[in-house]
Design a protein around this ligand. Structure first.
Ligand SMILES: *Cc1c(COP(=O)(O)O)cnc(C)c1O
Length: 386
């Protein structure tokens, strides 16, 4: 029997998206494929609410999307500010340093975000070419106050690069209205497509900074100079080739982005919030504590939860025995003390209740004292309350 996949990516995908992967593969310069790719690019721009941005769709994972941003914006010796909220911010530091950036970090304790004053002070100290932040740090479930941070960067003339892997198409984000310069993501989380695509929307100021660079981009595959003419050609309905696109994944992306836009961005953000609040009510009903230090910094796309006393990392296996796959901890400081439940893309009341039930039964099996149905009742109350 197939388990329900409730990890923070990959996630459960819509059948129409999966069916697109099984269609006959067209040649990458076939007019029918050019039309699909062109539409997917336009849709990506709409999903990111970034009418002025240039979309890029490239074979690879989210980490490649991070590198596609950094490799093109950083020249050796450039100063970069990292708003560090966990594991994926640490990865960004590594990528920045590899490309020769001088990195300054404002860090928060795991589960928290740095204060806006700290970030403001760092920005005011001056000299940064770019600032990076992680929209949702999937290692801890921390949601950064993105709008304020990117507005602060813009005010100081610093480019903002937002890692939206996980967050994109789940957490509210208005790239143009907020003035974020680069939004980067991957296919397998809230975007709703199996792993394999790195996605970026690059705003005009970031493109301008890239055009002005003096040092060559240190990677051919990551160089926007190779990809930009390809993306422009596909959107204009013309054939082009640099490196073979993942044809079937592009079909699937087009289908998923179409579904996302049909739901509507605001409705989709609101659904994720509603589901997250019902999960939070359930966890409270079960006596579980969230890793994020307050609801204000807790993502709506996953729950990172401390194991209760007497329960250890074998719990993830016990939940799987109940038919639901959840993930262990990822933040190096706390790894063995918590687990993560993803609730993004197609998660609605059915998957919510199935997941809460499985966690509840696993807790009972582990000897945790909880009234059977306590989590489910709390989730139901939250669902019918609105
Ligand atoms: C998952 C994730 C990544 C890495 O994506 P991969 O597809 O695993 O390379 C980067 N940043 C964030 C915030 C993520 O959640």
């Amino acid at each position: 029997m197939r388990d329900l996949l409730m990890i923070p990516g990959p996630v459960e995908f819509e059948p129409e998206v999966l069916q697109a992967l099984a269609l006959p593969t067209l040649g990458h310069t076939d007019p029918a494929f050019i039309a699909i790719f062109g539409r997917a690019l336009k849709r990506l721009r709409e999903v990111c609410l970034a009418p002025s941005a240039q979309p890029f769709v490239v074979s690879g994972s989210g980490t490649l999307a991070m590198e596609l941003a950094v490799a093109n914006l950083v020249e050796p010796g450039d100063a970069a500010l990292v708003v560090n909220t966990g594991y994926f911010s640490d990865r960004m530091v590594k990528i920045l340093e590899r490309h020769g950036a001088k990195v300054t970090q404002v860090r928060a304790a795991p589960g928290d975000v740095p204060s806006s004053d700290e970030v403001e002070t760092a920005l005011a100290a001056g000299g940064f070419k770019l600032m990076t932040l992680t929209h949702v740090d999937t290692s801890t479930g921390v949601l950064a106050p993105v709008e304020g941070l990117v507005r602060a960067a813009r005010k100081h003339g610093v480019l903002s690069v937002v890692d939206g892997v996980c967050a994109t198409a789940g957490e509210a984000f208005h790239q143009d209205a907020w003035g974020a310069d680069v939004y980067l993501t991957a296919s397998q989380k809230a975007v709703g497509v199996p792993p394999g695509l790195a996605l970026l929307t690059v705003g005009p100021l970031a493109l301008e900074a890239w055009r002005k660079r003096k040092a060559p981009v240190a990677s051919v595959y990551a160089d926007w100079a190779e990809w930009l003419p390809i993306m422009e050609a596909y959107e204009a309905g013309k054939p082009a080739y640099f490196a073979t696109p993942p044809v079937n994944l592009v079909y699937a992306l087009d289908v998923s982005l179409g579904q996302i836009l049909a739901e509507g961005m605001e409705a989709r953000f609101a659904r994720h919030r509603r589901v997250a609040l019902a999960f939070r009510a359930a966890w409270k009903g079960l006596g579980l504590r969230l890793l994020p230090t307050s609801d204000a910094v807790a993502s709506h796309l996953l729950s990172a939860l401390y194991y209760p006393d007497g329960v250890d990392a074998s719990f993830v296996g016990q939940v799987k025995a109940q038919g639901v796959v959840v993930a262990g901890g990822l933040h190096p400081d706390l790894k063995s003390r918590y687990f993560r439940v993803g609730h993004m893309n197609r998660t609605g009341p059915a998957d919510l209740l199935a997941t809460v039930g499985a966690v509840e039964r696993a807790l009972l099996a582990a000897g945790h004292r909880v009234e059977p149905g306590a989590g489910l009742a709390a989730a139901e109350s939250a669902l019918v309350a609105r």
